[in-house]
Write a protein that binds this ligand. Structure first.
Ligand SMILES: NC(=O)C1=CN([C@@H]2O[C@H](COP(=O)(O)OP(=O)(O)OC[C@H]3O[C@@H](n4cnc5c(N)ncnc54)[C@H](OP(=O)(O)O)[C@@H]3O)[C@@H](O)[C@H]2O)C=CC1
Ligand SMILES: O=C(O)C1=N[C@H](C(=O)O)C[C@H](O)C1
Length: 268
């Protein structure tokens, strides 16, 4: 079956994820890179940048100008939280469907974007993690939390990551919150002698963020009960692990008219 071409803008094309997304577009017959948004190299073409695929797509530094001048169906954003949020709003206002992997949005920002997407009838996806295994790990964690409400999340990432906790850990905690009553964990009288020792507190469950060179993206969710422990774990060893999710999101967003927060909402 011949699929309709999907015209795509990528924001953050020089980044670890953005450059991987360009390769995905390059090898996918019905994906067409029509422009990129970067904070430098305005006016150049993607093929002018060392290490990026051969493409005539023009780079814009001004996101608004890009969306005004270029006909596009989807904006893939893989930048930083403040920029990703602005790009997402702009895209929806221009009728371009955003697929956003950028992490670090606040709950209020997600809510605002949900409302905007619904109001404009423009589909959108925010995926805290595009790796299918990570999505399953989050769903299994939610399922386990019904039976094991005492839980700690340990996420481990490369040391160039800007946000902590990771978007995946935040989403995991939110999914667990749907089935777990708030309850303080640990000893009722426990005290941190060094601030932060017990990690971030979400309704009494804890999130710990590890940042080390050599890591990519890893998370374990550890459930404890008297005499037993249950762990759900996922590892991304490279950024190719995220690309099947990006591809799926680009395909699915074309048929959507509201925002989905989390890839689990579009998996069949
Ligand atoms: N959902 C998922 O599955 C995944 C999500 N992520 C998230 O994706 C985002 C990007 O990650 P990663 O690729 O590792 O990060 P990188 O730092 O490698 O890439 C980010 C890119 O965004 C660029 N950028 C920053 N500001 C702007 C701007 N105003 N306009 C255009 N481009 C801009 C940066 O430019 P410069 O180089 O000049 O700083 C850089 O090239 C992060 O939020 C990360 O958490 C990462 C992996 C998987
Ligand atoms: O910055 C990263 O690398 C990643 N960010 C996302 C997150 O914050 O969860 C997804 C993945 O963990 C990789």
């Amino acid at each position: 079956m011949i699929k309709d071409t999907i015209r795509i803008i990528v924001a953050g094309p020089r980044g670890r994820m953005g450059s991987e997304a360009l390769q995905l577009i390059d090898r996918t017959a019905h994906f067409d890179l029509v422009a990129a948004i970067d904070r430098k190299n305005g006016g150049k073409r993607i093929s002018d940048i060392d290490g990026l695929p051969s493409s005539d797509a023009v780079i814009y530094e001004d996101a608004k100008a890009c969306l005004n001048e270029v006909k596009a169906d989807v904006l893939i954003d893989l930048t930083i939280p403040e920029t990703g949020y602005k790009h997402m709003k702009l895209a929806i206002e221009h009728g371009v469907r955003p697929v956003v992997g950028t992490s670090g949005f606040t709950e209020e920002q997600v809510k605002e974007l949900e409302n905007l997407s619904e109001e404009k009838g423009v589909g959108a996806i925010i995926a805290p993690n595009f790796a299918i295994g990570a999505v399953l790990m989050m769903q299994f964690a939610k399922q386990a939390a019904k039976y094991f409400p005492t839980v700690e999340i340990i996420e481990k990432h490369h040391d160039q990551k800007l946000d902590a906790p990771s978007g995946t850990a935040v989403k995991t905690a939110q999914l667990i919150q749907e089935v777990r009553e708030p309850a303080k964990q640990g000893h009722p009288d426990e005290k941190e002698t060094i601030t932060g020792a017990r990690g971030a507190d979400v309704d009494g469950m804890r999130i710990h963020s590890v940042r080390l060179p050599g890591l990519v993206a890893h998370q374990e969710v550890i459930f404890g009960a008297p005499g037993e422990q249950f762990t759900v774990k996922h590892d991304s060893f490279n950024r190719a692990s995220f690309m099947s999710g990006v591809e799926l999101a680009v395909e699915r967003v074309m048929k959507m008219d509201i925002l989905a927060y989390g890839l689990e909402n579009i998996l069949e």
